[in-house]
Ligand binder design. Structure first.
Ligand code: FAD
Ligand code: DLZ
Ligand code: SF4
Length: 511
């Protein structure tokens, strides 16, 4: 065997000891390369908390690898020799060490996969085995199907893992307990929120760096409370399983103006960066069910998000290819309004979602889908702009998971690959699931005119605008019938209200 070292690339969202590139490597021969680089930190204006989380977690992971006997060459953002890109750092380290090849785990974004393919030094990209379904497995599942519905894929994953299975039957007799999981916001939340961690010296050093270098990015850096290593991430997971999982199902779709986390786990940033595995999360949830600590509707709903939605979204991203983020099936062209960056809007639901995104680099699923996503779709915002916003502002955002959620699920820009109908609603849905409307300057019960909730008239204007696309969709037939039954005056007043509102928005007026 040659003694020439090889470089082992570990990216910021690959902080897992079981990473395929590390499994292929030889501790006594090879050199691990990790790098904080300007290219990765600025391809979208990431939230400062996201950058701080990744840099701190990268530094701690590098220290752990060294303790485990690896030679690690780590580049800090401020290092004088930093070339500013991942390929640049690989070339520099290759020159220093004499390495002639690189072992990598396939990145989660096409942009970076292409950059590694084009790198002057050969880079072998191994499959990312931290996921349940390989690309081939997803392709085989998708092959020949007319519709790629998550539910069918999820059942395969249940069978494959044996999670919540009673021999070959689903636990409790049903695959999906979503029907029980749509309760509106409760009066009182008993969960105090995700576990918070006091920054240690490593984190403080990174916070100072991020404060200096990314001061102009959207988002509040301090207080910073994320877990930044595996031990802490596991504590955060246990805290959720013990204190919130039992109510996760019931209130999964609820929203509250005064509570940012409800019964959500807030672990996606840890899972996506590699600090937790899907196996340990799902096993902990299943154990809670088996021990009688959490009901089936909660545990099934939670496990479905991880082995169902998360894996399915990744499958779609890699199947659809690099042009996916440019899809615009509805031909929406409006610019993303400024209030997505400064929360200056009278729509309280949107203002609250943006404020908490700014403060926490987090919003839960229904806020992302039915508030900021719903509004962007109704208002006809360019889906690529929407995509770039989501990719920047959330601590858990990488293209493989963000793009199918935004382009597919939320904006219907892929023409119906992820969803069979667009996720749009008027103010009624938001009012039912939250307490936002009570404190809003707009009136959710009013349908047209200046005081009316904008979601109300924008909803009908959206259906009207896209009748040729959705008019024959059986799942939307009822809504089109309702629209058709309205009087001409009412329909015209609705369309006029929508047009006037969108004009004001495009002019930059406060809305
Ligand atoms: P919980 O509600 O506690 O759910 C548990 C876990 O299930 C999550 O941690 C996550 O790993 C997984 N999960 C749940 N829903 C999804 C989903 N639709 N797709 C993939 N995984 C899911 N998730 C991301 O990880 N990164 C993103 O960039 C991202 N962007 C989104 C954009 C939009 C428009 C929408 C509608 C959803 C997006 N999601 C994204 C999915 C989901 O909103 C987040 O995973 C979830 O809010 C994370 O919070 P949590 O850990 O408290 O999740
Ligand atoms: C998101 C991110 C950021 C902000 N910075 C770095 C970095 O400096 N170095 C690094 O290796 N990775 C970083 N990442 C994560 C990468 O962007 C991520 O690996 C790709 O987007 C693929 O998912
Ligand atoms: Fe949002 Fe409309 Fe309710 Fe205001 S009234 S909070 S804009 S849904």
């Amino acid at each position: 065997m040659s003694d020439t070292p090889r470089l082992i690339l570990v990216l910021g969202d690959q902080l897992s000891p079981e990473l395929s590139a590390l499994a292929e490597a030889n501790k006594s021969r090879d050199v691990v390369v990790m790098a904080e680089v300007a290219d990765e930190a600025s391809y979208v204006p990431h939230h400062p908390k996201k950058i701080a989380f990744l840099f701190a977690a990268m530094r701690k992971f590098a220290a752990q690898l060294r303790e485990d006997g690896w030679r690690v060459e780590y580049t800090r953002l401020d290092d004088a020799q930093n070339t500013g890109s991942i390929p640049g750092e690989l070339l520099r380290r290759a020159q220093d060490t004499g390495a002639k090849e690189v072992l990598a785990t396939e990145p989660g974004e096409f942009r970076l996969i292409a950059a590694l393919e084009e790198c002057p030094i050969p880079v072998h990209q191994f499959p990312d085995t931290r996921f349940l379904a390989s690309h081939t497995e997803f392709e085989e599942w998708a092959e020949g199907r007319k519709e790629l519905r998550m539910e069918w894929f999820y059942r395969e994953m249940r069978r494959k893992t044996g999670l919540l299975m009673d021999a070959d039957k689903p636990e409790g007799g049903k695959w999906n307990y979503d029907h029980d999981n749509r309760k509106p916001a409760p009066d009182r939340i008993t969960f105090g929120g995700p576990m918070q961690f006091t920054p240690d010296d490593t984190v403080e050093e990174v916070l100072d760096l991020v404060e200096r270098r990314f001061d102009n990015n959207f988002g509040t850096l301090r207080p910073f409370w994320f877990a930044t290593d595996r031990v802490q991430a596991r504590q955060a997971l246990s805290h959720f399983i013990r204190n919130a999982l039992p109510d996760f199902g019931d209130y999964q779709d609820a929203m509250l103006a005064e509570n940012r986390f409800l019964y959500h786990s807030v672990i996606s940033m840890y899972l996506n960066a590699g600090l937790l595995t899907w196996q340990e999360i799902c096993e902990a949830a299943e154990d809670a069910y088996k021990n009688g600590d959490a009901p089936l509707n909660a545990v099934e709903g939670f496990i479905r998000q991880i082995i169902g939605w998360r894996e399915y979204m990744r499958g779609i991203y890699f199947r659809e290819g690099p042009d996916y983020t440019r899809r615009n099936w509805l031909n929406h062209q409006r610019k993303l309004p400024g209030f997505y960056w400064d929360a200056q809007t009278d729509m309280l639901c949107v203002a609250k979602a943006v404020e908490q995104t700014r403060d926490e680099a987090y919003a839960h699923h229904i806020q992302r889908l039915m508030v900021t996503g719903n509004f962007a779709l109704l208002a006809g915002i360019d889906p690529h702009e929407v995509h770039e916003w989501y990719l920047a502002v959330y601590a858990d955002a990488y293209e493989w998971v963000e793009a199918p959620n935004v382009i597919g699920m939320s904006q219907f820009a892929d023409g119906g690959i992820v969803g069979s109908k667009p996720y749009v609603s008027g103010g009624n849905y938001i009012n039912k699931m939250s307490n936002y409307c009570k404190g809003c300057a707009y009136d959710v019960a009013t349908k047209t005119g200046e005081k009316a909730c904008p979601f109300n008239y924008l909803y009908w204007a959206f259906l009207h605008r896209h009748r040729d696309r959705f008019g024959k969709n059986p799942r939307m037939a009822q809504m089109y019938r309702t629209w058709s039954r309205m009087s001409d005056e009412k329909r015209q007043a609705t369309l006029d209200s929508a047009e006037a509102f969108l004009d004001r928005m495009s002019r930059g007026d406060r809305i």
